[in-house]
Write a protein that binds this ligand. Structure first.
Ligand code: TEU
Ligand code: CA
Length: 552
């Protein structure tokens, strides 16, 4: 294939367009707003922009419910704006990757409008329709990720259709070769325009167990995650489309293990370049329920990263992320968004960016944006948490407990407007923002960061630059150090010409470095990057991180 693996040395910046920058005063971010900020992104030093969906959509799930794959939603602008964004990004030697949402469409997509008309409509089998059970129950007992059943009954044709997510997000039937061909044609439409690749939404959900069995306690995920034909479909997609372009692909894969990730990302398999795992994002959830929050055990986090780093070394490739539009802000989640906000944000960035893989920075992460705390439910926008509220209330959860879970884990934590400056609405819009701005914008904003020489922004700039300079970061192996230490995350990257030793204090305590070997090994090392003025080799202050280089 014509792939040159350029993405192994790239840093990706994810833009959630609705919340990035509004230029026409409707309170919604738009494509001209992104073009306006390309120089800001170039200053940061990023190589690739991943653009969350801007396609025509009723916005039930903020664009992850697509009505027309080849039309730009009027909210964001038009095709000229998108082509101008692509051109302006390329002019600045940055690449643009689109979000491919092909596990499902909107129920307003013309395919579904046709499919739901009658059982013998030519588009009927573009979606997954089934008779209910004899006893009047839906075809399976699966729970939707957005609460309720994954089946919606349609009176007109007296069948149910499958929707793993919202009712307005019917799942596409990938068993249908005509559907697959239409998807591949659409992908070529975008790649022929010069797009540099795709982030693929829940792409490991597209192959379902054809027998549609019930799940344990309504958990259908063993029957739609990493399904029986998933590798066949991805290899066909690669054969028909991906292999023909020099692009980057990253598959979003809830429930994928390192073993499965090897199968998806081994170049010999001709499938995808890398995947997003969710394992490290589930470590503060009880029984797999993200809303049933438990404190993070740092040893769990360390061993999870070790598993992924060592499993994919030399056979596949990792993505590296703390944040995206579905996750709460990392400085509030695993750092400290109070007195140690700046220091812990830099520590977390160091911990992630010194690993092997392609790092992803989510808009505002480079400013240390924090979680938001709206007082009432109606200030929130996300369908996932609104549906969850009703479901948990019915299960007897108190209002307070649910609101607490929303503060800690809600996706709207990531979706409040990007904070550009301290003017009204953080410079995001002249109008009324579609979602309220996080009140922290008065001291957390890009203008302030650009004016502070030791800001989180400039620290990210250094980390990104290091990746270009030090081959050990992209090529070296990973060895976990101080495995059992409850506060220190320390690891070694072993290269040909140099080793790196990365030490991160995930606590608000000063911590002695217990391991004489570790101290010995960093003794002669030079400090590559740190978030304190003068690191001491045998102890770390609260949220201190330091990276040593040891010449070989
Ligand atoms: O997310 C996949 C997914 O499962 C997430 O919704 C995640 O499990 C959940 O949000 C945990 O909070 C993708 C998109 O990233 C997400 O924005 C969409 O809502 C979803 O698919 C449906 O397209
Ligand atoms: Ca706008």
């Amino acid at each position: 294939s014509s792939q040159t693996e350029w993405w192994k040395k790239s840093v990706v910046y994810q833009i959630y367009p609705k919340s990035f920058n509004d230029t026409n005063g409707d309170g919604i971010g738009d494509l001209p707003g992104i073009i306006e900020k390309l120089d800001y992104l170039k200053t940061l030093g990023i190589d690739v922009i991943w653009l969350s969906p801007v396609y025509d959509s009723p916005q039930e799930d903020n664009g992850y419910d697509i009505r027309d794959y080849k039309k730009i939603d009027d909210l964001f602008g038009d095709m000229n704006d998108l082509e101008r964004l692509l051109e302006e990004a390329h002019n600045r030697d940055m690449k643009l990757v689109m979000d491919l949402v092909v596990n499902h469409t909107s129920d307003e997509h013309k395919w579904f409008v046709e499919s739901s008309k009658s059982k013998d409509n030519p588009y009927r089998d573009y979606y997954i329709w089934k008779d209910g059970k004899e006893n009047g129950e839906p075809p399976t007992n699966w729970n939707s990720i957005f609460s309720g059943s994954t089946w919606e009954y349609d009176e007109r044709t007296e069948q149910y259709y499958l929707h793993l997510f919202a009712t307005k997000q019917p799942d596409l039937n990938w068993e249908n070769p005509k559907l697959r061909e239409d998807i591949y044609e659409m992908m070529k439409f975008w790649l022929d325009k010069g797009m540099d690749g795709f982030r693929m939404d829940v792409i490991n959900f597209i192959s379902k167990d054809p027998s549609y069995p019930d799940g344990e306690h309504g958990d259908g995920s063993p029957h739609f995650m990493n399904g029986p034909r998933i590798h066949e479909f991805l290899q066909e997609m690669n054969e028909e489309v991906l292999s023909k372009y020099d692009i980057m692909t990253v598959g979003e894969m809830p429930g994928a293990s390192p073993e499965e990730a090897k199968a998806y990302t081994d170049p010999a398999h001709d499938e995808l370049n890398m995947i997003f795992t969710f394992e490290h994002m589930d470590l503060d959830s009880e029984n797999g329920d993200k809303w049933d929050v438990k404190p993070l055990d740092l040893v769990d986090l360390k061993e999870n990263f070790e598993k992924w780093q060592t499993s994919l070394h030399g056979v596949g490739w990792n993505s590296l992320y703390w944040n995206n539009h579905d996750q709460p802000r990392i400085v509030s989640r695993f750092g400290n968004d109070g007195e140690f906000r700046e220091k812990s944000a830099k520590m977390l960035a160091t911990c992630l960016h010194m690993m092997q893989g392609t790092p992803y920075i989510y808009q505002g992460e480079e400013l240390g944006m924090t979680n938001v705390h709206f007082d009432s439910l109606d200030e929130y926008r996300d369908i996932e948490l609104k549906n969850m509220y009703e479901e948990k209330r019915a299960l007897g959860w108190s209002h307070e407990r649910i609101m607490e879970a929303i503060y800690i884990k809600g996706r709207d934590n990531a979706r409040t407007p990007m904070q550009w400056d301290r003017s009204e609405n953080a410079g995001f819009t002249e109008g009324d923002p579609w979602i309220k701005v996080n009140p922290g914008y008065t001291h957390i904003n890009a203008e302030q960061a650009l004016g502070q020489e030791d800001s989180i922004f400039y620290y990210y700039q250094q980390l990104i630059q290091l990746r270009k300079e030090k081959e050990v970061i992209t090529e070296g192996s990973f060895e976990l150090l101080l495995r059992e230490h409850p506060q220190l995350f320390a690891y070694q990257r072993v290269g040909d010409k140099e080793d790196l030793v990365v030490c991160c204090n995930f606590s608000d305590q000063t911590v002695e470095v217990p391991d004489q070997d570790l101290i010995q090994s960093v003794k002669g090392g030079e400090v590559v990057i740190t978030n304190v003025d003068s690191p001491e080799r045998d102890r770390l202050s609260p949220y201190e991180s330091v990276v040593y280089s040891i010449e070989k």
